[in-house]
Design a protein around this ligand. Structure first.
Ligand code: HPA
Length: 245
């Protein structure tokens, strides 16, 4: 039987409609995961939920133990992950509070432990990462969005920066020239680690703000919170439709 996990990001430390069944605190060979793994029922189906930044939200993007999180989910038998992530919008369609199901990634992060394949004596392994997200999960998410009446962009390139600071205007300009539509801080190495463990993985990105240099003035926390409040409510509806199908 297939088992689904939802990884919640900034603005989604808890799933309001999840009927909690149990909570597992796991230790892994990579250290402690971000939080307990919550098993619950959503739309009548069993789902495992993990708060990527901890609950309450306290772990910065570059400090997240991505290996422990993905390893823990694998231990629990998870074979499908929907990762929810707050992002900045770069290209014109990516307006605040909008939802995007990205199809590509460019990784600008550094210094993060980004592979399971580096143990002494392990064979050198190069996973195929041409299409980083599961096309099947993406298609199901796009369908669920239609069902739920939630407007989305069905493609987009996610650029992953190191954080925790936001980007400079010049960095965003460069990312746009590279082909990025969105900028976030947690998409990698999460997606690659899931692929290394043969877990299907797709992302629901929620635009929290226009990226640096795309509007006048500073990016404020209150602007981010307001947009996420609206966007995450739609993301939750999308997830319920996705799980219920
Ligand atoms: N940049 C990087 N990550 C983000 C942003 C941003 O502007 N907004 C939300 N997550």
């Amino acid at each position: 039987m297939s088992r689904l996990a939802i990884i919640g990001g900034t603005g989604l430390s808890q799933l309001a409609d999840l009927k909690i069944i149990k909570s597992d605190s796991l230790s892994t060979p990579y250290g402690a995961p971000s939080a307990d793994f919550i098993t619950g029922e959503l739309s009548g189906k069993e789902v495992i939920f993990l708060a990527r930044h901890g609950n309450p939200h306290s772990i910065a993007p570059h400090k997240i133990n991505y290996c422990a999180n993905i390893w823990g989910l694998k231990q629990l038998g998870v074979d499908n992950i929907i990762a929810v992530a707050a992002v900045g919008g770069i290209t014109p369609e990516m307006i605040p509070a909008h939802i995007v199901i990205p199809d590509q990634i460019i990784d600008y992060s550094y210094g993060r432990k980004h592979t399971f394949f580096e143990g002494q004596g392990d064979p050198v392994t190069h996973i195929d990462f041409s299409y980083p997200y599961s096309q099947t999960l993406r298609a199901r998410l796009i369908h669920a969005a239609k069902q739920a009446g939630v407007s989305i962009s069905p493609i987009g390139t996610y650029g992953c920066t190191q954080g925790p600071r936001l980007e400079t205007a010049a960095e965003i300009k460069r990312m746009e020239q590279d082909g990025c539509d969105l900028v976030g801080m947690t998409g990698m190495p999460e997606a690659a680690l899931a692929k290394e463990l043969a877990i299907n993985y797709a992302t629901v990105s929620v635009v929290a703000n226009w990226a640096a240099g795309k509007t006048e003035g500073e990016i404020t926390l209150s602007e981010i919170e307001q947009n996420l409040h609206k966007g995450m409510a739609n993301a939750a509806e999308l997830l319920k439709a996705f799980v219920g199908r």
